[in-house]
Design a protein around this ligand. Structure first.
Ligand code: ZN
Ligand code: MN
Length: 452
């Protein structure tokens, strides 16, 4: 095939799973803080899926999911329910995952990529439970698969976007912004290295060939757990699909979606399996949990709990405080820093420019975890006054001469080698200048004079 008449446009959608940092698990009272805990110590009949055990939903997790939905401009559902997603895998003790199918907690949102200046539609934000964890290792001569159920039943929020991304950079920006957002809302830590945030991009290409639009088969990239792997896997997959299309001309049709994983050693994506369709999961309503109902007032109440969001803050820092775009971005990377900056600006008098405060924080001239906004303002004011009322050179000279004249004994002591004597002289001079001179400079002046 002649590639010169063909144009490719990548189309990428995203599913992101984020563990909520609630105290307890999604459907039982076990601790959800499983990181670093000995295996199978945070378990009970519910999260082990023992027969007859009954789940009861975690209200805090539901509220956190609504909060995230609102922050992503979704419409929270007034009526929602849990469903069973059936599949067999050793890390899933019940043989099904409690998830949400047709009535998720949030639908139809959108999120702006500020760098790209582009809006991404959010299809849904729903709540489910995490699975246990398989650990493959050798014990003696034998290769074993061990299972730790501490993670089983940890609340997991799933964010699904529409296929609105066109390259891996947009995906990276979205993921970083999403991570920032859930941390800002204090509902998750979303540390990718710890597996608290995992993502699955679905990639294919729009092919324009002789004015006709075709689509390459969908590929879902599974369980990617680092920002750099996401980029590498997507970039690789885009090129692979181009080559594949030029070779085979195969297009997307029902049933030819596949799943691939990222192999970091070989730097390629690897075919894992043919993808199940939703019908393979035999979804049905979870009979042990009644539907979740909210009224509008309750949703309004949750909305009021939301802090000013990072994107709003960033825009405000530019438009209201007239900071540079760069400064606004850095200062709103974390909520603590943004709040600290605003707190400080409230205390600042006219002579201190807001960009000055911003610079001090950005350049880490001050440890904002230790120095309070009030203390920082005092520091800045002190520096200001030092700069403003420095004493004139001739005047300082006069004072130094006067002090040396009046303190002959100290001068003699210094000449004899008593180093402390000079401190006394500096003190006298500083007092006479009312602290407007620089002690280092005074010391040099005295030494120069007494040498002769
Ligand atoms: Zn449990
Ligand atoms: Mn899921």
């Amino acid at each position: 095939m002649n590639s010169s008449t063909i144009r490719f446009k990548p189309i990428i959608g995203l599913e992101v799973h984020i563990e909520l940092k609630t105290k307890s698990k999604m459907f039982c009272g076990c601790s959800a803080q499983y990181f670093g805990k000995p295996p199978n110590t945070l378990v009970c009949p519910v999260c082990l899926g023992l027969p007859g055990a009954l789940p009861y939903p975690n209200q805090k997790a539901i509220e956190a999911t609504i909060k995230l939905g609102l922050a992503l401009n979704c419409q929270p559902a007034l009526f929602s329910k849990f469903d069973r997603k059936n599949y067999f895998y050793p890390d899933l003790p019940k043989g099904y995952q409690i998830s949400q199918y047709d009535l998720p907690l949030n639908k139809n949102g959108e999120f702006e990529l500020l760098e790209r200046k582009k809006k991404i539609r959010i299809r849904r934000v729903h709540l489910e439970e995490d699975t246990g964890k398989l650990i493959h290792q050798k014990i003696g001569q034998e290769s074993c698969s061990l299972i730790d159920f501490n993670r089983s039943g940890v609340p997991l929020v799933e964010i699904v976007t529409e296929p609105d991304f066109n390259d891996s950079q947009e995906i990276q920006e979205f993921l970083k912004s999403l991570q920032q957002l859930v941390r800002w809302l204090e509902i998750a830590d979303a540390d990718m290295e710890k597996g608290q945030m995992r993502c699955e991009p679905t990639v294919n290409l729009e092919v324009i060939k002789n004015g006709k639009k075709l689509y390459t088969p969908l590929v879902e990239l599974k369980n990617i757990n680092s920002f750099s792997f996401v980029k590498k896997a997507i970039d690789y997959e885009i090129e692979r699909q181009k080559k594949e299309f030029l070779k085979t001309g195969e297009t997307k049709k029902p049933g030819n979606k596949t799943t691939r994983g990222w192999d970091e050693k070989r730097k390629i994506t690897v075919l894992q399996r043919e993808k199940e369709e939703a019908s393979d999961y035999r979804y049905f309503p979870e009979p042990d949990i009644p539907p979740i109902r909210f009224n509008k007032e309750e949703i309004e109440k949750i909305k009021k709990l939301l802090p000013e969001l990072p994107q709003e803050k960033r825009k405000k820092f530019v438009e209201v405080y007239h900071l540079s775009d760069y400064a606004a971005r850095i200062l709103t990377a974390e909520k603590f820093t943004a709040d600290y900056f605003e707190e400080t600006t409230k205390l600042a008098k006219k002579e201190i420019k807001l960009q000055e405060i911003a610079n001090v924080i950005i350049n880490k001239k001050v440890d904002i975890k230790k120095v309070s906004p009030g203390q920082l303002i005092k520091q800045l004011q002190r520096q200001k006054s030092k700069k403003k009322i420095t004493i004139k050179k001739e005047e300082l000279e006069k004072i130094i001469n006067q002090v040396l004249e009046e303190n002959q004994k100290a001068v003699a002591d210094f000449k004899k080698g008593k180093i402390n004597a000079i401190q006394f002289l500096i003190g006298q001079i500083m007092a006479k200048t009312k602290g407007q001179a620089n002690p280092k400079q005074i010391e040099e002046e005295i030494k120069k004079k007494l040498k002769n």
